[in-house]
Design a protein around this ligand. Structure first.
Ligand SMILES: Cc1ncc(COP(=O)(O)O)c(C=O)c1O
Length: 464
């Protein structure tokens, strides 16, 4: 019996030397009592025999017993030795109750990110090597807020060719994402006396908040099946409108040709300004991409593009094509507080575009996203025929129209199934009035290839 003490107390293994021995013995005895390995009333070996058993000094054991008696874990009585106290050992405090929340999502189907697993690592690496090799020494200095001339030159050419943008390199400003560009422009507009900007009634709150932080109100323009209702601009009395003409975010429609002409007309008639968010203009599937609005009036439209959808949001590279009359103010503001994207990434992107790798990457991704879109449409037609899919001509997301009143429960049900999904309501401007449209915004671009079928399968399970 005696020689089993060390084993049952887990003490024989690695008792530290010196004063640590006493503390370790106390800890082990306490744990053994607390966990029930030593039942109440159990008689402990004498300090001498336990010391021999453990190969430690008798005083150390006697001290440990003394301490545990003082703490109430053990009792020591003349004639009956040292025993485990008979009192009820207080139970371990229960772990704090965690509120019932859905598990961490297995599939993220919220819009925002492209399939980052498809980032063209090796082509980017080659471009980066070439860019680094040929970069002049001055490139490693602080640089200019407008961004590297090498990148602005290739962007001017690319944007004219691919998006119909009229851009001289001197009119391009590189920024750390669309969102930074918007923040800079908002401050410029506020400084110029603007108070409010019209925004589409469905959009992204981070953009509305960026404008609000610059001191601008945002007022919603209704969005319907033809895009933003720009005829409302005169009534709203604002000087600036932020639009997603090529592919309305998130409803997915493109701005009707008549409305494109009307908004440019509004801007030139009133001296207004359109901020054109061309976040995913390259991804059009059923016909040629709709060209940028900026091409119609470069002095009244600020074009903003980004690498966040075409390559990866982590790059934090975007570009604005700024009208002459705003250029000085934009550069002054960007140069004071809002710095620029890293020079090496700018040079790499310039090389990446110039070498044709960007076009190749876009062609490949367009095909891949198109296949995914077709897969989603086919799966839903078969598994959830009551759900209409809209906004699928372009971009990396689709809108799934739901029966009235079901959006919230579908989004919540999806969360319990490990699916992160957003309903359309999440993108609705708070002042947009009471029109209800129940729908899901389903980002089919985000999951990596290997997870895509599983994501669709999980989606079909939660749809009504
Ligand atoms: C509507 C819209 N605009 C712009 C962007 C790009 O923003 P950024 O360049 O700041 O990543 C996104 C990206 O998700 C978007 O959805």
């Amino acid at each position: 019996m005696e020689d089993s003490w060390a084993t049952s107390l887990d003490l024989h293994l690695d008792l530290p030397g010196g004063t640590g021995v006493r503390a370790a013995l106390i800890r082990s005895l306490r744990d053994a009592v607390r966990e029930g390995r030593l039942a109440p009333g159990t008689r402990l070996p004498s300090s001498r025999s336990l010391a021999v058993d453990l190969g430690i000094a008798r005083n150390t054991v006697a001290d440990a017993y003394g301490e545990l008696v003082a703490e109430g874990w053990l009792t020591a009585r003349q004639g009956s030795g040292t025993r485990v106290a008979r009192r009820v050992v207080p139970p371990e405090p229960a772990p704090p109750r965690t509120p019932q929340t859905p598990a961490r999502p297995v599939y993220d189907l919220t819009p925002g990110s492209p399939d980052v697993a498809s980032f063209p690592r090796s082509a980017w690496l080659s471009a980066s090597r070439r860019a680094l090799t040929s970069a002049p020494n001055e490139a490693f200095g602080y640089g200019k807020p407008q961004g590297r001339a090498e990148l602005r030159r290739v962007l001017a050419d690319y944007l004219a060719r691919a998006r119909g943008v009229r851009a001289a390199p001197e009119r391009i400003v590189v920024c750390a994402g669309f969102t930074q560009g918007l923040a800079v422009l908002s401050r410029v507009l506020r400084q110029a006396g603007e108070r409010a900007v019209a925004v589409e009634s469905y959009g992204l709150d981070i953009h509305w908040n960026a404008m609000r932080r610059a001191g601008l109100d945002t007022v919603p323009l209704p969005v319907d099946g033809h895009g933003a209702d720009v005829a409302e601009l005169d009534r709203l009395g604002v000087g600036t409108a932020l639009l997603t003409p090529a592919h309305q975010f998130p409803t997915g429609v493109s701005l009707d040709p008549d409305r494109r002409a009307a908004v440019v007309d509004w801007a030139s008639r009133t001296g207004g300004l359109v901020l054109e968010d061309d976040y995913d203009g390259e991804f059009r599937y059923d016909r040629q991409p709709v060209g940028a609005l900026q091409g119609l009036d470069p002095e009244r439209v600020v074009y903003l593009g980004t690498a966040s959808k075409s390559l990866a949001p982590g790059l934090r590279i975007a570009w604005m094509v700024v009208p002459d009359h705003l250029m000085d103010a934009v550069l002054a503001l960007k140069g004071t507080g809002e710095w620029q994207s890293g020079v090496l990434d700018q040079l790499t992107l310039a090389e990446f575009i110039d070498s044709g790798a960007y076009d190749r990457h876009l062609r490949g991704m367009r095909l891949r996203y198109r296949r995914r879109r077709d897969q989603v449409v086919a799966a839903l037609a078969e598994r959830a025929p009551g759900v209409r899919v809209t906004g699928i001509a372009a971009g990396l997301h689709a809108v799934l129209e739901l029966p009235p009143g079901t959006e919230l429960s579908v989004v919540q049900g999806a969360a319990w199934q490990g699916l992160a999904l957003h309903g359309l309501a999440r993108f609705r401007h708070p002042d947009a009035g009471a029109v209800r449209r129940d729908a899901l915004v389903f980002a089919y671009g985000t999951p990596p290839d290997h997870a895509f079928s599983g994501a669709i399968e999980a989606l079909c399970r939660v749809l009504p």
